[in-house]
Unconditional design. Structure first.
Length: 263
């Protein structure tokens, strides 16, 4: 499983809840964070680097726990993984399905990185749900970096987040997709600004369900009773990844290894 940083831990958490017996390797490409303000072409090559690295570790399934990487490079990851018989599970489509199913007014908001919004992946996924929806997308260049650096939630930060949410309130959406895996880490703040009546959709649970289904269908699931093993890799400072990751996952990360993807 991989992300540009700690955001994908929100997806890993759901997988650990649903699939405690599996072994997980999580890679945060922290040296090249943020992904969400980079051109799609550049992200495609990052996805190729990270997917290639994890496939070399004999991953039996690959999860792209990053919306920006999914929007720019899901096909690239599949091109590398599928000839090896390794399925690829991504974000974006699951949230679109859930949002289309639960919105009452048909007015759906999306908060995502600029790269994800520019790529149009949510708009396409929502259009494909067979229901007329009014979609309002907001690119949030600063939100993932605020979360990744574990910023204090002072008035400046809150005002920035309020600014991102404002167009969604103006559009009177009743459902908001958190279209970046970092955003569930500040779900309480977002829910407070959006209000009780707005439903917030996140990828983690649906991704865990897909992983579970695909592993079972292919007979790849691990039947062990106890807990599996988990390992964390990152591409820059391991200590800060361990510190922030431990706090978000609320469990000891153990040794975090810094790796060089091109090494
Ligand atoms: N977690 C990544 C995503 O889901 C974004 C963070 C970044 O900009 O790198 O899009």
């Amino acid at each position: 499983m991989f992300d540009s940083g700690v955001g994908g831990l929100t997806v890993l958490h759901e997988c650990l809840v649903s699939l405690p017996g599996e072994d997980f390797v999580y890679l945060g490409d922290t040296a090249r964070f943020p992904y969400g303000t980079r051109p799609a072409e550049e992200l495609r090559s990052f996805v190729a680097d990270v997917a290639g690295y994890l496939l070399d570790l004999d991953a039996k399934l690959l999860v792209i726990a990053c919306n920006s990487a999914t929007s720019a490079g899901a096909d690239e990851a599949r091109r590398l993984a599928e000839p090896l018989g390794v399925p690829v599970v991504t974000v974006i489509e699951p949230e679109a399905e859930i949002a289309a199913a639960i919105t009452e007014s048909g007015k759906v908001g999306v908060l995502a990185t600029p790269t994800t919004v520019a790529g149009g992946a949510y708009r396409r996924a929502l259009e494909g749900q067979g229901r007329a929806l009014e979609v309002t997308e907001v690119g949030c260049p600063d939100l993932a970096p605020i979360i990744q650096r574990d910023a204090t939630f002072d008035h400046g930060v809150i005002d920035t987040v309020r600014g991102y949410v404002k167009p969604l309130k103006q559009a009177q959406v009743d459902t908001v997709i958190l279209g970046c895996t970092h955003y569930p880490l500040v779900a309480p703040l977002l829910q407070r600004i959006l209000g009780r009546d707005v439903r917030v959709v996140m990828a983690g649970h649906a991704v865990a369900a897909s992983v579970q289904r695909i592993l079972a269908e292919r007979g790849l699931d691990n039947p062990r009773e106890g807990e599996g093993d988990y390992r964390f890799l990152c591409t820059s400072d391991a200590d800060s990844f361990r510190e922030i990751g431990t706090r978000f996952l609320q469990m000891p990360l153990g040794e975090v290894r810094r790796v060089d993807l091109r090494g």
